[in-house]
Design a protein around this ligand. Structure first.
Ligand code: MLT
Length: 335
């Protein structure tokens, strides 16, 4: 009969052995410059838009893979409103310990600076850039029954009916808002904008025919386009995209200045220790090379950045250039 003490010791060994069997990749231990004891508990990743939209989709794909090498869950928290700036501000004000991150983008971490006089944060100062995780083109989308067969007819129709049509977006400062503001400025129209907490719910309204058009990111459009429940007139990129090969570029359709690219960057609050940022960056860089990330992302028309674009410094450069670009673009649009 085993003594009680010996049985208890055996149980402890069994528990430790079982734990070792499920320990993820973090057993390899931190690389030089990374934080040895981080993370010791789950990380929160703020997504500043509603579930099911492009930011949410990219966040969940990348964070699930990051969790494997970090050895802790990365829990997505959708904090919506004000074009994503509420969620971004929450992250900027979080403890700089690496346990609160935000997936920001061209709207929250660039265009919003020119659209909100009191933004509450400076994208190029109040965050510690971690890694650029996705780039993707923007498409001009319309409800399936919209009475225009191509971009030329779309332009004629919206100019003739701008008082009765509407467009969907994810709030002032969002990618969808900023992109269509550029389009509307170039077309000389100013229809009613219908704000949503993200282009996930906005897409539902477009598919239902409740709104007329939207400028949205590729990853949110590919599937409804393939099932033909919506239509696309142009891609706001320099060239056609293999994910939607029949959609002409805005330049081909006669509006070369309609050029917009969306990007997603992972950010921690400023003053997050460099070693913690290095650990998070390593997990993101590794994740971007895994098929569990590359296949769904490229399948939805997103571009996974090459290694030289994944450094914190590279993301800082993107933010700096984009803040300047959108400040100039939106200044030109100001009434
Ligand atoms: C936007 O800026 O339009 C957002 O990215 C939409 C979303 O992610 O839901």
């Amino acid at each position: 009969m085993l003594s009680f003490a010996y049985a208890a010791a055996l149980r402890r060994v069994a528990v430790v052995a079982a734990a070792l069997l499920v320990l993820p990749l973090s057993l390899s231990g931190p690389a030089i410059g990374q934080a040895p004891s981080f993370p010791s508990h789950p990380i929160t990743l703020i997504v500043p838009f509603a579930k099911g939209g492009p930011t949410d989709v990219v966040a969940r794909i990348v964070s699930a893979e990051m969790a494997k090498s970090l050895g802790q869950p990365v829990v997505v928290d959708n904090i919506v409103g004000a074009g994503g700036t509420i969620g971004a501000l929450k992250a900027a004000q979080a403890l700089p310990d690496g346990y609160t991150l935000v997936l920001g983008h061209m709207g929250t971490h660039a265009a919003a600076v020119a659209l909100y006089p009191k933004l509450g944060y400076r994208p190029d100062v109040d965050f510690a850039p971690v890694a650029l995780v996705a780039r993707m083109p923007i498409l001009l989308l319309a409800r399936r029954e919209f009475p225009a067969a191509d971009f030329r007819e779309f332009v004629l129709y919206v100019r003739a009916h701008q008082d009765t049509i509407n467009l969907a977006h994810a709030g002032v400062g969002s990618v969808s808002y900023t992109s269509c503001m550029l389009l509307n400025h170039l077309l000389g129209i100013n229809p009613t904008g219908v704000p949503f907490n993200g282009t996930g719910p906005a897409m539902d309204a477009l598919v239902a025919g409740q709104v007329d058009y939207m400028c949205d990111q590729m990853v949110n459009a590919v599937l409804p386009l393939r099932t033909e429940v919506i239509k696309a007139y142009v891609i706001a990129g320099a060239e056609r995209d293999p994910a939607v090969p029949t959609v002409p570029t805005a330049a081909e359709a006669g509006l070369p200045k309609f050029q917009v690219e969306a990007w997603n960057g992972l950010f921690a609050p400023k003053d997050t220790p460099a070693a913690v940022v290095a650990t998070l960056n390593a997990a993101a860089v590794r994740a971007l090379d895994q098929p569990e990330v590359r296949e769904p992302m490229t399948g939805l028309g997103a571009v996974v950045p090459p290694p030289d674009q994944r450094t914190p410094e590279a993301l800082a450069g993107v933010v700096g250039r984009e803040v300047q670009k959108w400040r100039m673009v939106l200044k030109r649009q100001a009434p």
